[in-house]
Design a protein around this ligand. Structure first.
Ligand code: NIG
Ligand code: FE
Length: 412
């Protein structure tokens, strides 16, 4: 076994779990195990050992890093993004500043349809180059695994193009990538909804499955987009081809998205700005990961999901970036930590659990990602010098990631 990297004198080795846990819910979310004055050993791309400095074994490593004054964390797992897109949409940002709503912009052919128009004009290579730049942007902010959705193609050919680009990001960067088919993201201008739903079910899903391009299937379950019933039939069709459901639920209204998720056995229901008590009760003991996207709530000035109530009811909660050009043009998970602390009253311990263990569960990556556990992938970052864990989300807007190691290799 080759010892690649030994990190010594770590001020705090965070999120250490002897045994890998599936996910954390309720009060358990407030516990973040940290070993003070510790070491971490990485061998052959995996975490092979860790412990207190006083128990450091005599080992030879290719590289030794002194992490005095710094924390070490497992990399973020970002379980909800749309990071393959052709162009930014700051013109809509300005419209919103001047008073237009997200729904009004969408109704005028802006929003998702605006992104679809631009994506259809872009070649697969152009799209890849743009997505690649965003992939490295999030790597440098501490993300090690990411979910990427389609949904800006809205034709068979363009949905496939997006998903091929997403898969390529997984092959050509150090990121671990999971992909989601979100053909039912909006109804293209040239089609009537029933015809589009038919196209999604009868042509897109089989074509995506044929090339094995998607691990999951998602639907934007929302007024003016897809109803609860349409969501259920679309994700059930995806399930037949091996794609697990995850749902855009309750972003703008109480859309029935949570109910659709519970009925179809989704792995996660995401957004939840407009979740009600009934939905909270429904989600209890289902094993479905409730996922808040604080970047989107912040950017669109929506209410934030009622995290305190959800956690008090014993639910698990995850946090993802929703990186996309329309409602959350940031893939910065560190910003999500701060927003969740400030706007959702989550504790620093809860937000780190929500962005590592719980998002890893939402991407079926619990066995390999999300914690410092022997045998897991060596996806970690060393912070810049910091006095405490709470300092990290407190000092918002600053990049606290100092050094990055993905798959056991240093990233420059
Ligand atoms: O998660 N809500 C639907 N989809 C994206 C936004 C897409 C867009 O505006 O381009 C979201 O917020
Ligand atoms: Fe989204």
């Amino acid at each position: 076994m080759a010892n690649d990297i030994l990190i010594t004198h770590i001020k705090g080795l965070a999120q250490v779990r002897e045994q890998s846990v599936e996910f954390l819910s309720g009060t358990a979310m407030d516990e973040l195990p940290v070993i003070a004055d510790s070491y971490l050993l990485i061998s052959d791309g995996f975490i092979s050992d860790y412990g207190k400095m006083e128990n450091l074994p005599t080992v030879k490593a290719q590289e030794t890093i002194d992490a005095s004054g710094r924390f070490v964390f497992p990399s973020f797992v970002d379980s909800h993004t749309h990071l393959v897109f052709a162009a930014s949409r700051e013109e809509e940002f300005v419209m919103k500043i001047k008073g237009a709503t997200y729904a009004e912009i969408a109704a005028k052919g802006g929003g998702i349809l605006n992104s679809a128009k631009k994506l259809r004009e872009a070649s697969e290579d152009e799209l890849f180059e743009k997505a690649l730049a965003r992939a490295y942007e999030i790597i440098h902010l501490g993300t090690g695994a990411v979910e990427i959705k389609s949904g800006y193609g809205l034709t068979v050919k363009d949905e496939l193009k997006m998903l091929r680009v997403a898969r390529r990001i997984g092959k050509e960067t150090p990121l671990t990538v999971k992909t989601t088919f979100l053909g039912a993201h909006a109804i293209p201008l040239e089609m009537k909804k029933p015809d589009y739903v038919k196209l999604v079910i009868e042509e897109m899903i089989p074509a995506v499955a044929e090339e094995n391009l998607a691990d999951y299937i998602d639907v934007f379950c929302e007024e003016g987009f897809f109803s609860q019933h349409e969501t259920e039939i679309i994700v059930e069709s995806g399930k037949k081809f091996g794609m697990k459901p995850r749902i855009h639920a309750n972003q703008l209204h109480r859309s029935g998205g949570v109910q659709a998720g519970v009925k179809t056995g989704a792995i996660s229901v995401d957004h939840l700005e407009n979740i009600g008590d009934d939905e909270i009760q429904l989600l209890k003991k289902t094993g479905i990961m409730s996922t808040a996207l604080p970047g989107a709530a912040f950017f669109l000035n929506l209410p934030f999901p009622p995290a305190r109530k959800m956690i008090a009811e014993g639910l698990p909660l995850a946090l993802a970036s929703d990186y996309n050009p329309g409602s959350s043009p940031s893939g910065n998970m560190q910003l999500m930590l701060s927003l969740a602390c400030i706007k959702m009253k989550m504790t620093p311990e809860e937000v780190f659990n929500s962005t590592t263990i719980n998002t890893a569960y939402a991407l079926d990556l619990s066995k390999t990602h999300g914690s410092i556990t022997r045998g897991k992938k060596a996806n970690i970052y060393i912070t810049k010098p910091a006095p405490s864990v709470a300092y990290l989300p407190y000092h918002f807007g600053n990049n606290f990631v100092g050094s990055i190691i993905l798959n056991g290799k240093r990233i420059d």
